[in-house]
Design a protein. Structure first.
Length: 188
């Protein structure tokens, strides 16, 4: 079972930088606590042969800390924009690393960009869509050596039920991307 052993304040953070922001709104001095984070990409992957979304399931410590359940999240394939290359190239690399599919960058379609965690960080997330089949499978995925990512295939005929199953911890970007798929891809 996953559990939190201890919590300490960060002295030299690597991925999030806590800050206090002093600002003026309508002539009134105010302050806000925030964290500076790294923007990210996420990808809705549709497996054409399996007629399923390719998702990842992994432990998210902040979720475990927030709700003391198990911290396991169902998510879109995603990654940080933390290198000097195009975001579509980062999306392609994340698909290969996390899910094991080698999808050409020209097959990735940008859906939109939006901001998440706006009360604390305002991270910008760019959402892509890609289709795959087993001819593109080159490894089992699973992420980097220190990650424990499980690749999940969610049949699209189960997706609407899954979206509202509160026993399955999931991200809003996943739910939004499912709606986008049903409105833009499934209707074609």
């Amino acid at each position: 079972m996953n559990k939190i052993d201890s919590i300490t304040k960060l002295q030299n953070p690597k991925f999030v930088i806590p800050v206090k922001i002093n600002y003026t709104q309508n002539g009134k001095k105010k302050e806000w606590e925030s964290v500076k984070t790294i923007d990210c990409v996420s990808i809705l992957i549709y497996h054409k042969t399996k007629k399923a979304f390719v998702l990842v399931k992994q432990l998210r410590i902040p979720v475990l800390h927030a709700n003391e359940k198990d911290g396991m999240m169902y998510e879109l394939c995603a990654g940080l924009i933390d290198k000097d290359t195009s975001i579509v190239q980062i999306a392609k690399e994340e698909i290969l690393e996390e899910c094991g599919y080698d999808i050409p960058v020209q097959n990735l379609q940008k859906i939109t960009s939006f901001y998440t965690s706006v009360g604390i960080s305002g991270t910008k997330q760019t959402l892509f869509y890609a289709e795959c089949d087993e001819t593109m499978k080159v490894n089992n995925g699973g992420g980097l050596e220190d990650e424990e990512i499980e690749v999940i295939y969610l049949p699209i005929n189960k997706a609407k039920e899954f979206m509202f199953d509160e026993d399955k911890q999931k991200t809003p970007s996943m739910i939004m991307s499912f709606y986008w798929f049903f409105d833009n891809i499934l209707t074609q």
